[in-house]
Design a protein around this ligand. Structure first.
Ligand SMILES: [Zn+2]
Ligand SMILES: [Zn+2]
Length: 128
């Protein structure tokens, strides 16, 4: 690929886990579900999705936890606890990264909302 291929550098808060992604993300979106809220401690999660073959972990490893066994697997840094990923086991080719894990988060603007029925009534995102 040429120099125009977007590159994204990601890491957890302590730096023990690092990863890079390249190419256009498959999607960027808000998730208002309660599981994401619990996992992050934040009122809403924003994810950027990359195909499994367009990112690689370059340092350390993402520790996994099955939040819904057989369905949803969440990833975090075992050392500092940073939330990093969410994978749907029915869609194994794609990994959803918490957007804040990437250095270029400001460029990763979400365009969709999921689980709006679980959205916090006091949360204003400026778009809808
Ligand atoms: Zn860490
Ligand atoms: Zn969610």
């Amino acid at each position: 690929m040429g120099a125009t291929t977007p590159q994204f550098e990601g890491a957890c808060l302590c730096g023990a886990v690092r990863f890079t992604a390249s190419g256009e993300p498959r999607g960027i979106y808000w998730c208002h579900c309660q599981s994401c809220r619990k996992h992050t401690g934040a009122p809403v999660a924003v994810f950027v999705a990359f195909k499994r073959d367009s990112y690689r972990v370059t340092h350390g490893e993402i520790t996994k936890f099955d939040s819904t066994p057989g369905k949803t697997r969440r990833g975090f840094c075992a050392k500092c606890g940073s939330t990093l990923t969410c994978e749907s086991l029915s869609e194994p080719a794609v990994t959803h990264f918490h957007v804040g894990a990437f250095q270029q988060a400001a460029q990763l603007r979400p365009t969709k909302h999921y689980f709006v029925e679980e959205r916090m009534p006091w949360l204003h995102t400026g778009d809808v």
